[in-house]
Design a protein around this ligand. Structure first.
Ligand code: GDP
Length: 423
């Protein structure tokens, strides 16, 4: 009995060792895998021409997108963006690799007719969803590269009055497609009080017009996160200053704009919200922006797309598609694919049959032509034979005549010789 007791009396350490199965290590596995694969993030800037979009994205990630301008001590003229421009940079920090795609869009407002000026941008965002959907639906799919637009910085002109009709319309066109983060451009043109007042006016316009901008999540379990999110909510729309000029302030190199009365520092939180915006995008909310892109905007796109497909593919499909059950959807897509393959096969068979028929007809024509030529040649040969026989007959006749005449002549010569010969 005591032997048994000794066996079953285990220490706390042993207990811990026995009860440790290992699934507590799962987060580390996920973490290692994610770090190994790296992260992808795409940021787009949209707004009227000349509001400092290109300047800001150049400063935002401290990468040399517009190389000439980054470390210049004096202001450089930025090239005007005339088409949607994608720049991908791979940045690494503390062993974590981030593939960052920055999309600079041509500013609108330069032309007289700005109706539909959002179309190329909406199409561009859709094209990224389309590509993702196609990649995801492939039969042999591995890891799907994510080049969807995760965040769109919408630049509001610092006019002091509020949103213009074109800004309202533009944001409405985009708000169901991507996460809109509104920013007030060139905030150095405002005094601090004006910025506060203008932010209120803009937020009111956004609410009045039912524009859905990116909402910071409710971090219900974490008070610290909640306070940070509340701070961010109060800062929106972020008032930003952009600059490509490195200046020296108090023996420190800073990015800023030099004015006769001082320097507006880009990364100084007392001067503008640039740092808050950058921290929000990179440090605190990048994953949330990606999640919302995937779970809300991409899902919207996918459902609309699949609903369109199902309405085209007929009633049988209609019954299944709205359920959004991936397996049912897969079945629908599979059936659709098989139908398409069958149709293609039938079409190919038709084409093949036509081709065979054409070839046979061609052979028949050639045979007919050869027969015709053979008959013509036979006729020619027969004619030649007839001509030859005629020539031979003529020749024989001529020869016979000749022989007769020859005979006659010889007889004459002979008789003459006999007469002349002495008796
Ligand atoms: P984009 O057309 O929106 O891309 O604008 P750009 O980045 O090309 O900038 C247009 C002009 O505005 C350039 O001369 C910039 O130096 C200037 N600019 C950019 N950001 C700011 C800013 O925050 N404040 C002021 N005052 N000017 C800026």
């Amino acid at each position: 009995m005591s032997r048994y007791l000794a066996k079953w009396t285990v220490s706390e350490k042993e207990k811990a060792e026995v009860s440790y199965v290992g699934y507590a290590n799962l987060p580390n596995q996920v973490f290692r895998k994610a770090v190994k694969r790296g992260f992808q993030f795409s940021l787009m800037v949209v707004g009227q021409s000349g509001l400092g979009k290109s300047t800001l994205i150049n400063s935002l990630f401290m990468t040399d997108l517009y190389e000439d301008c980054v470390y210049s001590p004096s202001p450089q003229r930025m090239p005007r963006t005339t088409e949607i421009k994608e720049s991908t940079v791979s940045v690494e920090e503390g062993g974590v690799r981030l593939e960052l795609t920055l999309i600079d869009t041509p500013g609108f407002g330069d032309i007289v007719d700005n109706s539909q000026c959002w179309r190329p941008i909406v199409d561009y965002i859709d094209s990224k969803y389309e590509k993702y959907l196609n990649d995801e639906s492939r039969v042999n799919r591995g890891y799907t590269e994510d080049y969807r637009i995760h965040c769109c910085l919408y630049f509001i002109p610092p006019n002091g009055h509020g949103l213009r009709q074109i800004d309202i319309e533009f944001m409405k066109q985009l708000h169901n497609k991507t996460n809109i983060v509104p920013v007030i451009a060139k905030a150095d043109t405002f005094t601090p009080e004006e910025v506060v007042r203008f932010k209120k006016v803009v937020l009111q316009d956004i609410a009045d017009n039912g524009i859905k901008i990116y909402q910071f999540p409710d971090a219900q379990l974490d008070e610290e996160d909640d306070a940070a999110n509340q701070k961010l909510r109060e800062a929106i729309p972020f008032a930003v200053v952009g600059s490509n000029t490195i200046l020296e302030v108090n023996q420190k190199k800073v990015r800023g704009r030099q004015y006769p009365w001082g320097v507006a520092e880009v990364e100084n939180a007392d001067h503008c919200d640039f740092t808050t915006l950058r921290n929000m995008i990179i440090r605190t909310h990048m994953q949330d922006l990606k999640d919302i892109t995937n779970n809300v905007h991409y899902e919207n796109y996918r459902c609309t797309k699949l609903a369109n497909v199902s309405s085209v593919t007929g009633s049988a499909t209609d019954k299944i598609a709205p359920s959004r059950d991936p397996l049912a959807q897969f079945e629908v897509e599979k059936k659709e694919h098989e139908k398409k393959m069958r149709r293609m096969e039938e079409e190919m068979e038709d084409v093949f049959e036509v081709k065979v028929r054409e070839k046979l007809q061609k052979l028949e024509d050639i045979k007919h032509d050869l027969n015709r030529r053979k008959e013509a040649m036979t006729r020619t040969i027969e004619q030649l034979e007839r001509d030859l026989n005629e020539s031979k007959r003529q020749f024989d006749e001529d020869k016979r005549q000749y022989d007769i005449e020859q005979q006659k002549y010889m007889e004459q010569v002979e008789s003459q010789m006999r007469q002349q010969a002495p008796a």
